[in-house]
Write a new protein. Structure first.
Ligand code: NAD
Length: 482
């Protein structure tokens, strides 16, 4: 098999890393190396920051609608290649191609289009009294850093880049070294679309080398990061030394809370199953703790279990696969270790718990069966720590207060879903649980205008809508005497 060599995007050109060294990129479904990505270092980051600094004044001076036109052009290019990019995303990450085609790549297109439109519609602010008119200028920061993870590669990469560019900043971005492929393809498309040189720079490589240099570089004025809480804490600490703005989207241990009065139609049950196992459970928003009111626990478990057992783990290329491969061998081993730990904690495995051995081209892939565990206390490690795999725990509860207490009993606070027919209860519980996002009778229903992010160890700051545009600009008060 021919190994594909990826390149950085620096100053409008594809560039090999200064070191000449590359990292292996694996196809999770086969366990084989299929590409190599630049193992960049501070020299590449330096060149990218310099190019971004040169491009910044002209990019900031464009009108909002001119910048929007560039973003729309890039969105068109991604949309035209939707199928191809979906196949590439699936090969790089291990996710089923049907998911990449229906969620990841369309969302990347929406991100670019949404912020293209948002910047042209963003109202200004002024405050008037008898003495003066105060105008709030919202100026771009200059050059910003965007660092993204491997689970929704192009989706989250564009979610950061689009508002940063729309607001008039130039960008130095680093995709995950584990899934660099579609970011590389975006580099090619940016060149093809005529995005001015230096406006978007993409530097591939390892977090502690490339990511850290971006965070610490004095030319980078703000850092938008999505990834693990451990890395987020490190970034917050490094950025604080230079008083840099940071936006951190981190891990989760999300509850799905099912009350006895919930409408448990087949469609809703499917959504609850999806909320646990979509993308092999590798979505920060997945509900990995399923809290069910005791009076319906037995019936619910039976119906839910049947649906989980029916999920098909298979070749991501196969349209019939519901779950593909886990993203990497270390992550596969981590998740298998979490399952073993749950058993040591006396958890009872109701289904799954094992690696799945496929035949043919996927014989050496990293597949795990969707796993459902019950009988664990709320305060055990399995119920407190993020696993980020196809593993859900079932937890019964007896009252609304108890459900809230269990939901809140982790250090994380990203997203929760509630299932109830009682509107007053939905309001009450939504107000009392410590999560940045609460879905009622739905899951992962996203409106890009809403503030997105978590509390506690799940996040700092909000992305989406005007929150993202605010993050990527500096407000300046201009007071004009009357
Ligand atoms: P990670 O923290 O290992 O890596 C994320 C990115 O940070 C990668 O690009 C990595 O190279 C880079 N990085 C690593 N060390 C760095 C350092 N010292 N300085 C700067 N950058 C560094 O996370 P991951 O394993 O790629 O992603 C999985 C995690 O992401 C999970 O915890 C998941 O919950 C979280 N996540 C959160 C959200 C959200 O919106 N809250 C969305 C998706 C994923």
């Amino acid at each position: 098999m021919k190994i594909i060599t990826l390149a950085n995007l620096i100053d409008g050109k594809l560039a090999a890393p200064a070191s000449g060294v590359y990292l292996d990129v694996f196809e999770p479904a086969t366990g084989m190396v299929y590409a190599r990505c630049p193992d960049s270092d501070s020299r590449d980051v330096e060149a990218a920051v310099a190019a971004a600094a040169r491009a910044a004044p002209a990019w900031a001076a464009l009108s909002a609608s001119e910048r929007a036109r560039h973003l729309h052009r890039l969105a068109d290019a991604v949309e035209t290649r939707l199928d191809e990019l979906a196949r590439e995303e699936s090969r790089d990450n291990g996710k089923p191609v049907k998911l990449a085609r229906s969620v990841d790549i369309p969302r990347a297109v929406s991100n670019l289009r949404f912020f293209a439109e948002a910047i042209t519609q963003w109202p200004g602010e002024s405050h008037v009294d008898a003495r003066a008119i105060n105008i709030t200028l919202r100026q771009p920061l200059g050059t910003v850093g965007c660092i993204s993870p491997w689970n929704l590669p192009l989706y989250l990469f564009t979610w950061k880049i689009a508002p940063a560019l729309a607001a008039g900043n130039t960008v130095v971005a680093k995709p995950s070294e584990i899934t660099p492929f579609t970011a590389f393809r975006l580099s090619e498309l940016a060149i093809e679309c005529g995005l001015p040189a230096g406006v978007l720079n993409i530097v591939h490589g390892l977090g502690p080398k490339v990511g850290q240099t971006i965070v610490e570089h004095p030319g980078i004025k703000a850092v938008s990061f999505t990834g693990s809480t451990r890395t987020g804490a490190f970034i917050a600490e490094s950025a604080a030394k230079q008083f840099k703005k940071v936006s951190l989207e981190m891990g989760g241990k999300n509850p799905a809370i099912v009350f006895a009065d919930a409408d448990l139609s087949d469609a809703n049950l499917d959504t609850i199953v999806r909320s646990g196992f979509s993308n092999q459970g590798e979505i920060c928003l997945c509900g990995s703790r399923l809290l069910v009111e005791r009076s319906i626990y037995g019936d619910f478990r039976q119906r839910y279990l049947a649906k989980v057992k029916a999920l098909r783990v298979g070749d991501p290329d196969d349209e019939a696969s519901d779950l593909g491969a886990l993203v990497s061998k270390p992550h596969f081993e981590k998740v298998m270790g979490c399952i073993a730990r749950a058993q040591k904690e006396d958890g009872k495995i109701l289904t799954g718990g094992n690696a799945v051995k496929l035949e043919g081209r996927c014989a050496d892939g990293w597949f795990i069966a969707p796993t459902l565990i019950e009988g664990l206390p709320q305060d055990c490690a399995t119920n407190r720590e993020e696993i980020f795999g196809p593993v859900v725990t079932l937890i019964p509860f007896d009252s609304e207060d108890q459900a809230i207490a269990i939901a809140n009993s982790t250090d994380y606070g990203l997203a929760a879903s509630l299932w109830t027919r009682e509107l007053a209860r939905a309001h009450r519980v939504a107000e009392r649980i410590d999560f940045g996002i609460v879905w009622v009778n739905c899951w992962m229903l996203r409106d890009l205008r809403t503030p997105f992010g978590g509390v506690k160890h799940s996040g700092m700051g909000r992305e989406g809508g005007v929150d993202a545009l605010r993050f990527f600009t500096e407000p300046k008060n201009v007071c004009i005497a009357r």
